[in-house]
Design a protein around this ligand. Sequence first.
Ligand code: ADP
Length: 574
Amino acid sequence: MAQHEECPELSVERQRNIPNDVIARWQRLVDLMADLIGVPAGLIMRLVGADIQVLLSSDTAGNPYRAGMAAPVYGSGLYCEMVVRTNCKLLIPNALESEVWRENPDIELDMISYLGFPIRWPDGSSFGTICVLDNKENFYSATHVSLLEEFRDLVESHLQLVHAESLAQHHFQNATRLATDLKRQKELAEDACRVQSNFIAAASHDLRQPIHALNLFIGALLQVPMAAEGVCLVEQIEATTNSLDELFAALLDISRLNAGVVQAHCRPFRIGSILHRVCNDIAGDAAAKNLHLSYIPCKAIVNSDPLLIERILRNLLSNAVRYTDTGRIVVGCRYKPSHVSVQILDTGRGIPRHLQSRIFEDYYRVDNPGRDGDRGVGLGLSIVRRLTDLLECKLTLDSEPGRGSRFEVMIERTKYEVAARETSNDDRNTCPVSGLVVVIDDEQAIRTGMSRLLDTWGCQVIATASANEAIRLLSTCILRPALLICDFRLADGESGVDAINRLRVEYNYTIPAILITGDMGSEQEAKLPSIGRTTLLYKPVPNHKLKSAVRILIKDPEAAQLCPVASPSLKIET
Ligand code: ADP
């Protein structure tokens, strides 16, 4: 190997992928090999590109080879070239006596005899050779040949480990890169969804305006004398606009939920008071379809967000009424060790088993031929699913076509019995007060005091200094306000009447309101009939008076106009 030259760049390459501890073991191996066979040189050669180079050379007397020496693998005439080419063992006792080997380059280093084996990577490709060389004739005994073969097997088994490890590392790196990519893609998709949802939530006012205007025009049109056919058409337009409004409200809710701006405010509360209220509200629709609606009172105290739970139960119960043609609907609870299972059962159409998971998808509706008139928009259960996910409440469905359905919501029971019981005693004296109350007052102290008070009565509160701020905060809230409490004089010349009107326009609904004023008998009293559903209270407002007004208006928004709506009968089972 006279033309062998040390190649520093290759010395880095030759170490590549072979860990140091393996190199150290192989070094001991070639030393031992040369020693046992009694030759000056034991080598492990490795192919590096177009070269073959000394990866390890035995530390033995008279050894002319050093690690890093390299020569072209093909055409050099080296013993190892033949081993690599043929992929077979090569034994040359004395090169000087061989026509073929007399001229080979290792003769120049006095290495006249050779025994070598090919070393292969686990995939069968060539790694290099393992060999011993002697400066005298050597026939290498069968034991020596077997010994070298054993060493070769050992080296190949190490290569298998190296290969497996580098494969694992490669897969791990790929998986990590893939996971990072996926995470990034998911973040991008979520960002896009959030931006879109935020946009819809923020633009809700502008988007709602045309529907609101359409409603007003329809109302006005219905007052214009016209033929029966015209009235029928306008009524159809009104029904279509109502569906559009319903769809739009559902889309906004989904947007807010998708945008992650809806937050749960959990606290202990009596599930019974919510069930009672929801059943009461829906009793009219059930009675109109001749359905028997019964509610089994429940005293359980649960820990969750009462307003979001109310939203879930309202959706499920109105579906029960919508999709039941005859029979009954039963609402009740069952105690479980750590939860309360709220159940809504109906004797309605039922849902085929293979569609039972699909009905929770956005816009999915079971095909009901000939019953298009009572179709919803297909978003109610998607909202229910998102809300139960948000509140971590398990939602299950058991249904059989033609026999009915049972929706079950599991809500965590609470240990805070005392606090909740205090509230419920209070409720018994009066009536449960709950719902989202928007307080608009430009004085911070009043906002704080009012929020605390309303909170202790069980209301959820958004307190702001102006209508603008209220609209901004409400755009991130899934609930529509149950009541507005507004100071008559606000900052920057804004009046409470204007603020109330703006929020009503925003929601396209005459939200009941309490207007608080310090100027008794002033012109605002005269203005009140023009804004409707508003109760005027004079400062200072005694708490019991405020509470009674809040309770009456939340329970019956028409009360401010003193025209109570008769509540349809609801059967309460005991
Ligand atoms: P929709 O606005 O159509 O009511 P939902 O998401 O609330 O949308 O419900 C999806 C579908 O699930 C409905 O179209 C209806 O076919 C079916 N469904 C929901 N609740 C019931 C029920 N209590 N009984 C029978 N079918 C129901």
